[in-house]
Design a protein around this ligand. Structure first.
Ligand SMILES: [Zn+2]
Length: 283
């Protein structure tokens, strides 16, 4: 296993016009599914978790689980804090051994977002890891597929100033995607993404990648998206797999068979996304 920073993964993605999947994980099944699929496809990958997902076990356990399960695999990975909300927790994650952290100050006024992001960037850089920030807002992680209103999208005119003053490695931008599974036909503001992309040279990040049609994924990658976050669709597939297995096995199921069945359904979705992002055969 090669553990690298987000910056290293995304620099190659930007140069070669593909995107790396940022897959949310919190338990053994999730980590195994991502690592084994990444090895099979020779795809670089980001294993990421928001605070609640990390604290499902603990920061130490989360990192040990990934390192232990990855130790005998040929994989190139980054371990990333998703939607970090405060300085202290970001520092904790750096100490646990994360190779990148996100600070999401998108709900803050512009200057305050810059100030707080810059503070965490300085610590991250001193520790030799990468940082992702967010400008404009994709919304909270508990929002579920609702349309995002135009005023919340990233202002292309503000991007250059933000990146220059914070020094972040990559930037999550808002141009129509939202968290959760889409309840409406998705339309993306690609013209806005193109304008953003012309302003800065750093890799851009798409949150809310579950269920974005392939055509829009590919167009977004052409316009500078190098990291695409995938979470909701994997949770749905795992739940679908569990439900089907339990309906077909009404006697007391053996736990290993139950989780293996759900993992199989999930891995199909992981594979499909890694191929769609163009990240397979990149190691
Ligand atoms: Zn997100």
């Amino acid at each position: 296993m090669e553990l690298v920073t987000l910056h290293e993964l995304l620099t190659d993605a930007r140069r070669n016009k593909y995107a790396v999947g940022g897959f949310n994980v919190f338990n053994v099944e999730g980590v195994k599914n991502i690592l084994e699929t990444a090895e099979e496809l020779a795809a670089p990958v980001i294993l990421q978790a928001a605070t609640q997902e990390i604290e499902y076990s603990s920061g130490e356990c989360f990192i040990s689980m990934i390192k232990s399960l990855g130790s005998n695999k040929k994989v190139r990975i980054a371990i990333h804090l998703d939607h970090g909300s405060d300085f202290a927790y970001a520092v904790k994650c750096i100490r646990y051994g994360f190779t990148s952290v996100m600070f999401d100050g998108s709900h803050l006024p512009f200057e305050e977002n810059i100030n707080q992001t810059k503070k965490i960037t300085e610590v991250a850089k001193a520790a030799g890891i990468s940082i992702e920030a967010e400008l404009g807002t994709i919304g909270n992680t508990d929002e579920n597929g609702e349309r995002i209103e135009n005023p919340y999208m990233t202002d292309p005119e503000a991007v250059k100033d933000f990146v220059k003053r914070t020094g972040v490695d990559c930037l999550a931008v808002s141009f129509g995607t939202v968290h959760g599974l889409y309840k409406h036909e998705l339309s993306l503001d690609l013209e806005r993404l193109e304008r953003i992309s012309k302003k800065v040279k750093i890799p851009l990040v798409m949150h809310g990648g579950s269920g974005v049609p392939e055509k829009l994924v590919k167009e977004s990658i052409k316009l500078g998206i190098c990291k695409i976050n995938i979470s909701s669709i994997l949770q749905k597939k795992f739940a679908d797999g569990l439900r089907t297995f339990l309906m077909n096995n009404t006697e007391l199921p053996w736990g290993i068979n139950l989780f293996n069945a759900a993992s199989e359904t999930t891995r199909d979705a992981i594979k499909k996304h890694m191929i769609m992002l163009g990240s397979s055969s990149r190691i």
